[in-house]
Write a protein that binds this ligand. Sequence first.
Ligand SMILES: [Ca+2]
Ligand SMILES: [Ca+2]
Ligand SMILES: [Ca+2]
Length: 217
Amino acid sequence: MKAFPLILAVFFSLNCWSLDVEATPFAVINEVLYDGPGSDADDVFTELFGTPGLALDGWSLTGTNGADGSVYRAVNLDGGVIPADGIFLIATLGTALGGVDLSANVDWQNGPDSIQLMDSGGRIADALQYGDAGGFNAGEGLPTTDVGAGMSLSRDLFGTDTDDNLADFLVLQAPTPGSGPNLTTVPEPGSLGLMVPGLLCLAWLSSGRVRRRWTYG
Ligand SMILES: [Ca+2]
Ligand SMILES: [Ca+2]
Ligand SMILES: [Ca+2]
């Protein structure tokens, strides 16, 4: 490949990346374990993924009952701050887990139920429906799997959020509280892999339809 097109592609790829990282501060539900192998309380956890330094004052997590659509619990996140690695770990008081950022009752009902992340303005920043509750589904897109004891539901290594729970959440047999999933390989882009997103980014920027990758809801 000629050097100039490659340099151009890299330039616009990096430009796209800088748009991503400069996007509005955000937080999403990243990983949830709600059904422990024994009693749930010592195993369960909920991870948020978000912008480092984002203060969670006024934010909350709510659990919605898939049987009737009622909110059965609200967990106040006041005082929480998304740490440098972007992963905010919440576990119950007395948990066996280390590295907990906030102790709260995140022993959510075993599904089908849902969890909503509410921002400081009372808007739904993100939502996860696990198991199909039919007319009482309160997640995003299609519900993801209702997993068995000891397994978790997690976004990918990049916290990708397409607002479709079924597409976005993986079932982890080995949960990763406080860190990203143990994906062993992350494909490295070749020159074509850089060229294509670079050109797409150029077309995207030219169209004037700049949309942030991370949006609430
Ligand atoms: Ca539970
Ligand atoms: Ca979302
Ligand atoms: Ca994790």
